[in-house]
Ligand binder design. Structure first.
Ligand code: NAI
Ligand code: 15L
Length: 264
């Protein structure tokens, strides 16, 4: 078990969903976000902009594991993504290098490979096909992690999260859904496995409709237990099926592939 786990993006949707389970990962938590702590939070809370190198240095000091969830989490302007997801990842890895190389669970995204089609099955070696500035920023984060691994031995898991919500919300998520319980089980494996390295892992449950092959990360010993197929009837009854030419039905990245790109 870790002594002190740093969780960035702790005010975000994913962190709040798994907050009750975080005690399984570490004896102590340091939670951080650019936003204030949610009401009732009792763990250490540090407000910090990931774009502020000095603040991130202090944030990482004294932690032996990092769950890096912080940053812009959907398509946005290049300027906002630059600060949070590009400068922010640089700051985090530099701080980790200075403070004993705590293992990092990097919340990457399926939008690194968003322009693969839904009729393709891809593995962890598939070349990147980012679907916007957001996907590009996660590609950058994966590249930073690999550089720090090969240069300095910094271990990271590059977890290309599909759709981590309490339930799948649409037809595409029957393939991409990542049950929060499977997320926490993956994090436990990432921080406990004797030798992590720097693997890509698709953050996805054991969905019948999945497009992603995780054989390249088998050494983690992680076995997702949930399957979005359990929600197929509910989705069919409540969500209209998109047209077959709709990006939501064509590309793995769904609607993100059709987003305009913004500079400011
Ligand atoms: P979210 O948007 O709800 O949470 C992200 C948090 O990062 C927010 O609380 C926000 O205040 C914080 N943040 C933004 N800019 C910041 C900055 N400059 N400095 C410090 N904190 C900053 O996103 P969510 O859903 O919780 O996702 C968590 C992570 O997982 C994100 O990195 C996202 O890209 C990734 N991810 C999530 C997926 C999902 O299905 N929830 C799918 C794929 C990736
Ligand atoms: C992501 O990367 C986003 O952070 C999340 O909000 C979802 O939209 C998810 O991908 C998805 O592709 O469903």
């Amino acid at each position: 078990m870790l002594e002190r786990l740093l969780v960035t993006g702790a005010a975000g949707g994913l962190a709040r969903m798994i907050r009750p389970e975080l005690g399984r990962l570490a004896l102590a938590l340091r939670l951080s976000d650019i936003a204030a702590a949610p009401a009732g939070e009792t763990a250490e809370w540090v407000r910090c902009d990931l774009g502020d190198a000095d603040a991130v240095d202090g944030l990482v000091e004294g932690c032996d594991g990092i769950l890096h969830l912080g940053g812009i989490s959907t398509e946005n302007s290049f300027g906002r993504i630059l600060n949070a997801n590009i400068v922010g990842v640089h700051n985090l890895y530099e701080a980790a290098r200075r403070h004993g190389r705590p293992r990092i669970f990097f919340a990457s995204s399926n939008h690194v490979v968003g322009f693969y089609r839904q009729d393709e099955r891809i593995d962890t070696d598939a070349p990147h096909r980012p679907d916007g500035w957001y996907g590009v920023s996660k590609s950058f984060g994966e590249a930073v992690a690999l550089m720090y691994f090969h240069k300095f031995g910094q271990e990271s898991a590059l977890v290309r999260i599909g759709s981590c919500f309490a339930e799948p919300k649409d037809h595409r998520m029957l393939a991409t859904w990542f049950a929060p319980e499977d997320f926490v089980a993956l994090a436990e494996c990432v921080f406990a496995v004797p030798r992590l390295g720097c693997p890509v892992v698709y953050g996805v449950s054991d969905n019948d409709a999945s497009w992603w092959d995780n054989a390249g990360a088998a050494h983690l010993g992680w076995r997702p237990r949930h399957n979005a197929a359990a929600f197929a009837g509910k989705i069919a009854a409540s969500v209209p099926l998109p047209d077959k030419d709709d990006p939501r039905a064509v590309y793995q990245g769904g609607a993100f592939t059709a987003e305009p790109i913004h500079e400011e």
